[in-house]
Design a protein around this ligand. Structure first.
Ligand code: DGL
Length: 281
């Protein structure tokens, strides 16, 4: 059987993509993973699509240094804003989180589909397009939840009354829609799956964009005969554009295991990796 022992590159605006790493490690425990969390510039979801695209291209270029066999855009916001640009320039196959999540939601229900995501993801229309393309006639409601990424990056969880209060406000219209499936369209949100599930009720199946992406990675590696030769014991090497100690402490909650190897990389270094277009005067 053929194999490919190069690492998988994974990036997110911050810690959220570690939920994808957690699912990847479960499904593909033999794979080496190189992760970049752009914590100095998080959140991406409140920025313009042009700025998000620039950041995402820099993140992808950084991971290109590690000769990845596959690149995972473990950020719905970056996937929504930049997947075409990243795919056009990446040295390897690219997996995004939006398409697999939309497909999983449509497969889970014949009824209405809800999406919770960042402001930029909702504004981009990426989920609405992906769901409408294969689910013509479905009722779709995408709701922006801009406070959730800072709440999760802050390490707050479902027992926190602030979290419940914010979720009650964001989920009101989705509760009225009674969707058969609802996409957690931000890789930070699986950490709030408990309280979100409680508010939506058992008739709504929650689709984690992290799990959907991890399953897509396994499928692609298998189809191309590119799994690592070893079946377990894969490594995780993390990079952050901000404080590595804080990243390691909070990241352990996200990834479900201690992060022993976190290195700093400056945003100035990332900026130098992608040629900027000259500013028109
Ligand atoms: N985890 C990112 C996502 O999936 C969060 C985006 C942000 O930084 O706002 O969209």
């Amino acid at each position: 059987m053929s194999s490919d022992n190069r690492p998988i590159g994974v990036f997110d605006s911050g810690l959220g993509g570690l939920t994808v790493v957690k699912d990847l490690a479960k499904i593909l425990p033999g794979e080496d993973i190189v992760y970049l969390g752009d914590s100095a510039r998080v959140p991406y979801g409140i920025k313009s699509l042009a700025t998000i695209r620039r950041f995402a291209m820099e993140d992808a270029a950084f991971l290109g240094r590690f000769d990845p066999k596959l690149l995972v855009v473990a950020c719905n916001t970056a996937s929504a804003a930049a997947i075409d640009a990243i795919t056009a320039t990446a040295p390897c196959d690219v997996v995004d989180v939006v398409r697999p999540s939309a497909a999983a939601a449509l497969a889970a229900t014949d009824g209405p589909v809800g999406v919770v995501a960042t402001e930029a993801t909702v504004r981009s229309g990426a989920y609405q397009r992906a769901l409408a393309a294969d689910g013509a006639g479905r009722e779709i409601l995408a709701v922006a939840c801009p406070l959730l990424v800072p709440i999760v990056e802050e390490g707050r969880d479902g027992d926190d009354p602030i979290v419940t209060h914010v979720l009650c406000d964001y989920l009101r219209n989705l509760q009225r829609l009674r969707p058969g499936a609802m996409v957690l369209g931000c890789t930070h949100y699986p950490l709030l799956a408990g309280p979100i599930g409680k508010l939506m009720g058992p008739a709504t199946q929650l689709i984690s964009s992290a799990t959907a992406a991890a399953l897509d990675v396994a499928h692609r590696l298998d189809a191309a005969g590119m799994r690592h030769a070893r079946v377990e014991g894969g490594s995780l090497r993390c990079h952050t554009t901000d404080n590595p100690q804080r990243f390691a402490e909070l990241g352990a909650t996200f990834g479900g295991r201690p992060l022993d190897h976190v290195e700093y990389v400056g945003t100035d270094e990332l900026e130098g990796l992608v040629a900027r277009r000259p500013v028109k005067s």
